[in-house]
Structures are given as C-alpha cells and as structure tokens.
Design a protein around this ligand. Structure first.
Ligand SMILES: Nc1ncnc2c1ncn2[C@@H]1O[C@H](COP(=O)(O)OP(=O)(O)OP(=O)(O)O)[C@@H](O)[C@H]1O
Length: 287
C-alpha cells in the first residue's frame, strides 16, 4: 500500500483585531407596565479600519441605544447590553473609553467658555492631562480651530455663533483627542440644508486628516450615500441588521454622483428596506 503523502499544515492566518466590534448584542428595557421591550436583537458589527459607517433605521428602532453602547455609555439603572459584548482593540468595553468620543445633535458646548476654551476643555481632565502635555494640547487646539475654519472665532462664546459653527466647535473638541472611534448621533440633523452639506464635506475632509472609525446615526439616506464608506440599515424594533452596504467610491462624492445609476440604485435599495420595516415616520428621504 502506498504511503499517503503528508498534507502540509495550512499557513497560520493572522487576523487583525477589529478596532471596534459588537457581538450578538441584545438590549432589553423594562417598561413602566412591567413588560420587557426588546430593542436590539442579535446585532453584530465589526469595524476593522478607519472608515465612516452610517447607521440608518426607522425612528425608535434602537440606533442611539446601539451608538451609546459602542461608546461605553450605560444607563445607570439598566444592564447594558442585556447580552453580547462590545470590544475596542479586542478589549471588552465596560464603560466610557478614552479612545472613543461622541458628538450629538445638541453640540453640548459650554456657554461660559470661549471657542478655544471649549476645544481645550477635555484636556482639563486627569486622563488627558496625563496623556497629552499642555504645550501639545494647546498646539492641537490651535491646529483644530484652523482645520474647522474657526481660528478667527477663538475668543467668541457659543451664543455668538451659528448652529453650524457650534457644531464645528463640537467636532473640533472631539477630534482634538485623536480618537480611534468617533460616534455621531444625528450631528447635522438640526442644520439647514446648505450648512448640513458644508458640514458633510468638512467631516470627510477631517476624517481624511484624522482617520478613525466613525459611526454616524442619520435619518437621511442622501447623507448616508454622500458621506458613508458603509451604510448599515437596521430593521424596526427589535432592531436587526437587514442591509450592510459598502460604497466603493471614495469621498468626496458629488451631487452629480447622486444622480448616477449606481447611486440611484443604492438609494432605492435602502429606502425600500426602510419602508419595508414599516418606518414609523421620521424617515427623511432627500434625493
Ligand atoms: N433607558 C431606557 N429605558 C427604557 N427604554 C429605553 C431607554 N432608552 C431607550 N429606550 C427605548 O428604546 C427604544 C429605542 O430608543 P433609541 O433612542 O435607541 O431609538 P432611535 O432609533 O435612536 O430613535 P430616534 O431615531 O427616534 O432617535 C425606544 O422605544 C425607547 O423608548
């Protein structure tokens, strides 16, 4: 009998840990009537490389719940997540993480601080004092204000700024920390169309200069297509992932591209999913 030739052992495949990963996430909330509301149902997502990832879904489906969870923000009286896990760089994320920052629609600028002081503000906390020497922090703030186009407003207060300018301050305060993960909850939702478009372009520019994983909640399909490298669509409550689209064309994407056959097909696909989920209102479709 001839000997069976030895089979070569497969080469070890080294797989980099994702920058951010959520695995089998279930979130349930106890309702005032004693019933349990399941909001997220087995959501798994992983983000390997710097990219802008848009999260779309009907109002109330659980987008903010998922986003806050990715940032380690836990409601004080609720076990979050009910089951499943979030990891940053392969390490379980149990609470707010220094490499993760959040930007909200209501930009949370301190009214008693100037623009410069607002962007410098995170460096007043012990963790950031330890991480970044004061001289470097000041240089970073000056540089960020240049990048967001607010160098000439550095001594003004938030009440003296427009909504778009205030959101630039919030974005500068987030990116000055050079985060690995930037979580954005409808950051441009309250802005007029022109300002919103300017902010979308600015975000793409800033992201190219400061690569990180951005997870961006929006109701706006056009915004998702213009800004996102990836568009993740959630079903209505309880949320599951029903579509995960990678957009190969690099930003900045033009309004002309939105009229292309490729963009129109993607738009129809996403809107179709959102409509099929029964989208309880609040779905903005702007193409
Ligand atoms: N701490 C909590 N306790 C109880 N229920 C909660 C809590 N936080 C959120 N919920 C419920 O979870 C559901 C999802 O809320 P969430 O804010 O995550 O949705 P969303 O998709 O971001 O909504 P929207 O698009 O309207 O902002 C809602 O029904 C909400 O009432």
């Amino acid at each position: 009998m001839s000997a069976v030739p030895p089979v070569a052992a497969p080469a070890a495949v080294s797989k980099a840990k994702p920058l951010l990963a959520a695995t089998d996430i279930v979130q349930e909330y106890l309702q005032p009537d004693g019933k349990t509301l399941r909001v997220l149902d087995g959501v798994s997502l992983s983000f390997e490389a710097p990219s802008i990832n848009m999260l779309l879904g009907a109002s109330g489906c659980g987008k903010s719940t998922l986003l806050r969870m990715l940032g380690g923000v836990r409601p004080w009286n609720v076990k979050t997540p009910t089951s499943g896990r979030v990891e940053i760089d392969g390490v379980p994320c149990e609470g707010p993480h220094p490499d993760t920052v959040m930007v909200f629609q209501h930009y949370a600028n301190r009214p008693d601080l100037t623009v410069w002081q607002n962007v410098m503000y995170p460096f007043s906390f012990a963790e950031w004092k330890r991480r970044v020497p004061e001289k470097e922090a000041r240089e970073r703030v000056d540089q960020m204000l240049q990048e967001v186009g607010l160098a000439d407003k550095r001594d003004q207060y938030p009440s003296q700024l427009s909504g778009g300018q205030n959101q630039r301050v919030a974005l500068a305060r987030a990116l000055v920390l050079r985060p690995k993960v930037l979580l954005m909850d409808e950051p441009f939702g309250a802005l007029d169309a022109q300002t919103r478009s300017n902010m979308q372009s600015l975000l793409c520019k800033l992201h190219a200069a400061h690569p990180c994983v951005v997870v961006f909640v929006t109701h706006d399909v056009t915004e998702a297509l213009l800004v996102g490298d990836r568009v993740i669509v959630l079903s209505s409550q309880p949320a599951r992932i029903i579509e995960d689209i990678h957009i190969p064309l690099r930003q900045p994407r033009s309004a002309d591209w939105l009229m292309s056959a490729e963009a129109r097909q993607l738009h129809e696909q996403i809107v179709g999913h959102l409509r099929a989920t029964g989208g309880r209102g609040n779905l903005r479709v702007t193409v």
